[in-house]
Write a protein that binds this ligand. Structure first.
Ligand code: SF4
Length: 217
């Protein structure tokens, strides 16, 4: 199936603004692989549903939502707690599709820190302790996310993406941590560019997908 058709089917399957239950593709305890928190233990809740449509996406099976994927917020939270996690990363798919108020409240009641990894294409919701904003060229991030983001992570496929990265950074809060990450399939070509760029502009840091090197989820 073409990427365009996959995306259209995904949009039809998504229940926008759903709060509880939420569609879960997978949830698991691991070490965070990329970004500022790389190497730290984190429980990931990967919500199903994405309407962004990055052609290089390596989790395209997260785009569409099946009725069988819906899980109550109480159950999602109980599993995170049972795993022994104290930090939960809500990811996707694209988690901003949903109203995360119930989920973030429930996780906080259990004493957990709540992170999100988002392309920011829908409005923020819920009470989130750490926001990693990773805008995509395929669907514009909403302005509200830029002032909220603790971390801006820009995926670089070609050198020209660095110009785009600077325009995104200019919209962020001055304290936002700035990271550049090579698109995985292009890392051999892109890493030398990023190393030279960060040496020249050291307010940026390099993010590496260490989980892929370690072969962990
Ligand atoms: S936003 Fe994330 S899940 Fe959605 S298409 Fe892009 S990389 Fe894939």
């Amino acid at each position: 199936m073409s990427t365009r058709q996959l995306l259209e089917d995904a949009k039809q399957s998504i229940r926008y603004g759903e709060q509880d239950p939420l569609p879960v593709m997978e949830q698991f305890y691991t070490l965070q692989g990329e970004g500022i928190w790389a190497g730290s233990a984190a429980y990931f809740v990967r919500l199903a549903g994405c309407d962004v449509g990055c052609h290089w996406c390596d989790v395209k099976d997260s785009w569409s939502v099946a009725p069988s994927q819906y899980v109550s917020v109480a159950e999602i939270t109980a599993k995170a707690k049972a795993a022994g996690a104290n930090r939960v990363v809500i990811t996707g798919g694209e988690p901003s599709i949903y109203d995360l108020s119930a989920l973030t409240s429930s996780l906080h009641e259990m004493g957990m820190f709540v992170h999100i990894e988002t392309a920011g294409v829908h409005a923020p919701s819920g009470d989130i302790d750490w926001i990693c904003l990773s805008p995509k060229k395929f669907l514009t991030a909403q302005e509200a996310w830029f002032q909220l983001a603790h971390e801006l992570k820009v995926i670089i496929s070609i050198g020209q993406d660095l110009i785009w990265a600077e325009t995104l950074a200019a919209r962020c809060h001055p304290d936002t941590q700035l990271l550049l990450q090579a698109e995985w399939s292009r890392k051999e070509q892109v890493h030398p560019l990023l190393i030279e760029y960060i040496k020249k502009f050291p307010r940026w840091r390099l993010s590496i997908q260490t989980h892929k090197h370690l072969d962990i989820p």
